[in-house]
Write a protein that binds this ligand. Structure first.
Ligand SMILES: CNCCCN(C)c1ncc(F)c(N2CC(C(=O)NCc3cnc4ccccn34)C2)n1
Length: 406
């Protein structure tokens, strides 16, 4: 009886703490909070001192141990895949959960220049129960002179059975330490939740490709006047893309795609600059991971390209379907083809690749095609965060964001 009472009081105390001091962890981090916004000048909030960076890993509760994940190792990749498949992001009604594939994770987390100690796992008795990742990026912030080498954080995940152990803050602190050790002091990340302090709040839009299935899995719903067959007719797409010369990207296109992409991204306040090597990694088609199509005119000139990545969701309880096949808009550059026509072709190509829905955020120039191509606003928002950096005006509009995190 005593033990149960103690456990409950301990748990209740944790709840009381949570309610009284929300964001207790985040208040300790160099993120501008509301009242000090006006005082700080644009740029780093805290200047890091390499000599002061802790050399040893943060302490873990006993039996928990740090573990650098080697995603090239099949067994370790399987462990990461299973942890995410069973414990990663779900929608608010717990109907869907992301199901990132192993090949996708290798694409997302093994880019050129990756550090082996930035894919961090926590294990208990050889079982993976926690994960967080960083990849090295150079982010251009608000103007050309701010080219900041930093980390892009992603895939923070703690096993459902060991939540409320305060493991997530330790994972964040440990990857921060491993980034600081490399003399990098900023980070960029996104999250569906709001913690201090978003630099932009973007919104998801969805374009139905398989209306019937979206209704059957509960992703879409029918209003009184709508019927399934009406919806199918409304969202019907032609068999073939409209743009002459559109075809899958090949290795020979890398140099032209790099030029088009870097030129286009200068329009935004937050963007990466890509080398040929990086374009090869991020855009050359990989089956069931990334699709990129280029528009080739006479003499082999590439004038436009479109790209989308594959992120299926497990349908948690449904008699007929186990997965929702979703294509997510990645980077699209239209210099000769009208953007609406280019993205209409993206829908047709995604439908032909077997996707049920095409998702896009209202960032970059996406507003220009979302309404006309019958995208519907989703219920969630994706917040962008910059760690240890004060922007000129604190917030950026979605159309000023030029980066997509997978
Ligand atoms: C760095 N990390 C971001 C991952 C990419 N992210 C979360 C994302 N980028 C663009 C989107 F357009 C988007 N989505 C449209 C919304 C949606 O489809 N909501 C219903 C739903 C279906 N399946 C799931 C699984 C989890 C949560 C909601 N789900 C979420 N998500």
């Amino acid at each position: 009886q005593q033990v149960v009472l103690k456990k409950n009081t301990q748990y209740n105390q944790q709840l009381i703490d949570k309610l009284n001091k929300p964001h207790q962890f985040w208040q300790t981090q160099p993120m501008p909070n509301i009242n000090e916004m006006d005082k700080l000048k644009p740029g780093p909030i805290q200047l890091g001192v390499l000599a002061e960076v802790r050399k040893d890993p943060f302490n873990l509760i006993d039996k928990f141990e740090w573990f650098n994940v080697d995603l090239r190792n099949e067994e370790q990749a399987q462990q990461v895949y299973t942890l995410l498949k069973e414990n990663y992001v779900e929608d608010d009604d717990n109907m869907f959960r992301f199901d990132y594939s192993i090949e996708f994770l290798r694409w997302a987390l093994l880019p050129p220049g990756q550090y082996s100690d930035w894919l961090i796992g926590v294990r208990v008795n050889q079982k993976l129960v926690g994960f967080i990742t960083g990849i090295p990026v150079t982010l251009h912030i608000e103007n050309e002179q701010n080219k900041v080498k930093m980390t892009e954080i992603n895939f923070l995940c703690v096993h459902k059975k060991i939540r409320a152990n305060r493991l997530a803050p330790v994972l964040i602190k440990e990857i921060t330490r491993r980034v600081h050790i490399k003399n990098m002091w900023q980070a960029v990340y996104t999250a569906g939740i709001v913690v201090p302090t978003p630099i932009s709040q973007t919104r998801y839009y969805h374009r139905s490709l398989n209306a019937k299935k979206l209704i059957e899995v509960g992703f879409s719903s029918l209003s009184a006047r709508q019927t399934i067959s009406r919806q199918q007719k409304l969202y019907k797409l032609p068999e073939e893309p409209k743009t002459p010369g559109i075809r899958p990207m090949k290795k020979k296109d890398v140099a032209q795609v790099t030029k088009l992409l870097n030129e286009y991204l200068k329009n935004f306040k937050l963007y990466f600059k890509y080398t040929d090597e990086e374009v090869k990694h991020w855009f050359l088609p990989r089956k069931d991971v990334i699709s990129t199509y280029v528009v080739e005119k006479e003499q082999g000139i590439v004038t436009d390209f479109l790209s989308f990545y594959n992120l299926p969701s497990q349908v948690i309880k449904n008699p007929k379907y186990t997965h929702l096949r979703a294509a997510y808009s990645y980077y699209n550059v239209a210099t000769q083809t009208p953007i609406v026509q280019l993205m209409y072709d993206a829908l047709i190509l995604a439908k032909n690749e077997g996707y049920d829905v095409f998702n896009a955020l209202d960032i970059m120039d996406n507003e220009k095609f979302l309404k006309e191509l019958m995208f519907c606003p989703g219920d969630g928002q994706l917040n962008y965060y910059l760690y240890n950096w004060k922007l000129e005006n604190d917030m950026l509009k979605p159309e000023e964001i030029g980066i997509v995190l997978v």
